[in-house]
Design a protein around this ligand. Structure first.
Ligand code: SAM
Length: 267
């Protein structure tokens, strides 16, 4: 008889399936948005050419690649095999490993920086992920994570969520367990409880900037598994997003605010 999965295991299984489904469209779809947070994270962690950097939940390796451009030595980990395959295809010169963030394949105190861009709200046990980051960092090492700001501030996501609400109200979206938690004290607590000092939490003003709403829709189509929706509903959702997106046009671009929260600490 098979054992009942724990909450954390169910979250991991669901999240792995969600992100594996998104792996090949991720860069063209979500890349324009999530990439905006990376310079903030790298600045916060003061990443330089002498640093070793771990990119936790690396996805297709965007943060790892930018840290490598600064001259840092990088490793990216992700539990999705297809995400790691994509990262390795895009950046064959960099090191990527399939691993859960809750159990890092690294020795104690071996790294200068650990970063996770839009990962922490997708894990079932964020305290365990922070403890693991603490374990692998040397004394003085820096940790940084981004997650999304309060849902009412997320205008880019809000376009899609509103269309789902209007045309497929009962559909469940794979937000992740910590999505919507925006109380800074919660994050200060998580960082401090893991053992980090100098915890810092602030909002960063990023936007989804794109020339075409097609890439936006492509991202959400994979993430929300829209292909499993009835065709007429899917068409209504897409038409509603296209219509409302017009109010975000600035010349040739759509600029849709979607702020994030940047959380950091020092070991
Ligand atoms: C929203 S994507 C972010 C990808 C990338 N960090 C970026 O900058 O866009 C979340 C990533 O975290 C990974 N992930 C989620 N939970 C994880 C866990 N417990 N262990 C390892 N990777 C995880 C997913 O597979 C996915 O690639």
């Amino acid at each position: 008889m098979s054992r009942e999965l724990s909450h954390a295991e169910k979250v991991a299984e669901f999240e792995n399936e969600t992100w594996s489904r998104c792996s090949t469209i991720y860069v063209d779809g979500f890349g324009a948005l999530v990439g905006e947070a990376i310079p903030y994270l790298l600045d916060e962690l003061k990443v330089s050419s002498s640093d070793s950097v771990l990119d936790i939940g690396t996805g297709p390796g965007l943060l790892a690649a930018r840290a490598a451009k600064l001259g840092a030595s990088v490793t990216g980990i992700d539990f999705s095999e297809t995400m790691i395959a994509e990262a390795q295809r895009l950046y064959p010169e960099l090191e990527f490993k399939v691993s859960a963030a809750e159990s890092l394949p690294l020795a104690d105190s071996c790294l200068d920086c650990a970063a996770g861009n839009f990962v922490l709200h997708h894990v079932g046990q964020p305290d365990v992920v922070l403890s693991e980051a603490f374990r692998v960092l040397r004394k003085g090492g820096r940790v940084g994570f981004t997650i999304w700001a309060a849902p009412e501030k997320l205008e880019a996501f809000g376009l899609f969520f509103a269309a789902i609400e209007e045309h497929a109200g009962s559909a469940e979206l794979p937000h992740g367990p910590l999505f919507g938690v925006s109380d800074f004290d919660v994050f200060h607590g998580l960082v401090q409880d893991a053992g980090f000092g100098e915890s810092s939490v602030r909002e960063i003003p990023i936007s989804w900037k794109t020339e075409s709403i097609d890439s936006y829709l492509e991202a959400f189509r994979a993430w929300a598994n829209l292909d499993t929706f009835p065709e007429d509903i899917r068409q209504k959702i897409e038409a509603s997003v296209r219509e409302k997106a017009e109010s975000y046009r600035q010349g040739d671009m759509y600029v849709m605010p979607n702020p994030a929260i940047l959380i950091s600490g020092v070991k």
